[in-house]
Ligand binder design. Structure first.
Ligand SMILES: NC(=O)c1ccc[n+]([C@@H]2O[C@H](COP(=O)([O-])OP(=O)(O)OC[C@H]3O[C@@H](n4cnc5c(N)ncnc54)[C@H](OP(=O)(O)O)[C@@H]3O)[C@@H](O)[C@H]2O)c1
Length: 278
C-alpha cells in the first residue's frame, strides 16, 4: 500500500525498486535540483559531528546544529551556521523541550530528513583512567545517561512529525565500548552506549510504521578530542587495519545511512573500527 505524504513523496518502505534506483542516482548527481534536505545534528562543533556536518553541507544539506559552545564560524564553514546553531546542554533534560521548540522554529514547517544523535561524553578520572562501576559517582552516571541515552529519545519523540513529513532517518552514535570492556571508556559510558544500541532496535521497530528508519553506527578508535593519549600506542597493534580512524570515515557511513542508498536499512548497528572487534 502506498502512503502519500503531504509533499507527495511516498513513504520509503512503499517505493518500487525502479523508483529507489532513480532516487539514488538523482541524490548522487544533482542534489541541488531536489528538495533541499535538512539534518539536525547534535555535537557538530568538533570531532565526528563536525566532519559529518561538513560532509552533509558539501552535499547540499542544510545543517541545524547544537552544542554547549557558541557557533564558531572559523571552524564551521557551513552556510547559515550561526543562525541554525543552538547553544544547549543536552545532558540537562529540562532543556530538551526548549531545544526541540527551537529546532521546530528554525524548520518553520519544513520536513526534517535526518536526526543525528552524535553528542556524547566519556568521563574519565583526572589522570585519564577509566571510571569503573565501583568508582563512578551517581552524578556522573546521571549526566552520561542523560546526554548519551535520554536526549536521543526525547529529540526523536519531539521531532516525530517533522521526520515523518520527510520519511526521514535517525542515526544514533553508539560505540565499540557498548559491547566489550574498553581500556579507557568507563562503565557509565559503556552501558549508556549499550542501551543506545538496544534503543536503536526498539526505535527502528516503533518508527518504521511512520516511514522513519533508525540505525546506529558504532565507532572504534577515532581521532578526536575524546581519544585518550595512549590509544594509538596501546590499541593500534591489535586493530587489523593498524591505525585509528578519521572522523571523515565515520561521517561517510552516517551519510550513507541517511541517504536513499540505505532506503531498506533499519535497525542495524554498523561497526566502524578497522576490524577491532574481530
Ligand atoms: N572518538 C571516538 O573514538 C569515539 C568512539 C566511539 C564512539 N564515539 C562517539 O562519537 C560521538 C562523537 O564523539 P567525538 O569523538 O566526536 O567527541 P568530541 O570530539 O568530544 O565531540 C563531542 C561533541 O559533542 C558536544 N557535546 C558534548 N557534551 C554536550 C552536551 N552536554 N550538550 C550538547 N552537546 C554536547 C561537543 O560540543 P560542546 O563541547 O561545545 O558541547 C562536541 O561537539 C560521541 O557520541 C562518542 O561517544 C566516539
Amino acid at each position: 500500500m502506498i502512503i502519500d505524504l503531504p509533499n507527495g513523496n511516498p513513504v520509503a518502505g512503499a517505493r518500487s525498486a525502479a523508483d529507489v534506483g532513480r532516487r539514488f542516482h538523482a541524490e548522487r548527481t544533482c542534489v541541488q535540483h531536489e528538495e533541499r534536505k535538512t539534518a539536525f545534528l547534535t555535537g557538530a562543533s568538533r570531532g565526528i559531528g563536525h566532519a559529518t556536518a561538513k560532509l552533509f553541507s558539501e552535499a547540499g544539506w542544510r545543517i541545524i546544529s547544537c552544542a554547549r559552545q557558541p557557533f564558531d564560524g572559523g571552524r564551521c564553514p557551513w552556510e547559515s551556521g550561526a543562525d541554525d546553531h543552538l547553544q544547549v546542554d543536552l545532558s540537562d533534560h529540562r532543556m530538551l523541550p526548549r531545544a526541540i521548540a527551537e529546532v521546530k522554529k528554525r524548520l518553520a514547517g519544513a520536513p526534517l530528513h535526518a536526526l543525528i544523535n552524535n553528542a556524547g561524553i566519556s568521563p574519565k578520572t583526572s589522570d585519564g583512567a577509566r571510571l569503573t562501576s565501583l568508582t563512578t559517582s551517581i552524578e556522573t552516571w546521571m549526566r552520561v545517561f542523560h546526554l548519551n541515552l535520554v536526549a536521543p529519545i526525547l529529540l526523536a519523540q519531539g521531532l516525530l512529525d517533522e521526520l515523518k513529513a520527510a520519511s526521514g532517518s535517525i542515526v544514533n552514535v553508539t560505540s565499540i565500548a557498548g559491547s566489550r570492556v574498553h581500556p579507557f571508556a568507563g562503565s557509565a559510558y559503556a552501558t549508556s552506549k549499550a542501551a543506545l544500541a538496544s534503543l536503536t532496535r526498539e526505535m527502528a521497530h516503533d518508527y518504521a510504521p511512520h516511514g522513519i528508519r533508525v540505525n546506529a553506527i558504532a565507532p572504534g578508535e577515532i581521532k578526536t578530542d575524546m581519544l585518550s593519549p595512549d590509544t594509538e600506542a596501546r590499541l593500534v597493534p591489535n586493530i587489523p587495519l593498524r591505525r585509528v580512524g578519521a572522523p571523515e570515515e565515520v561521517a561517510k557511513v552516517i551519510f550513507f545511512l541517511c541517504s536513499d542508498a540505505a532506503s531498506y536499512v533499519t535497525g542495524t548497528e554498523m561497526p566502524i573500527n578497522g576490524g577491532q572487534h574481530l
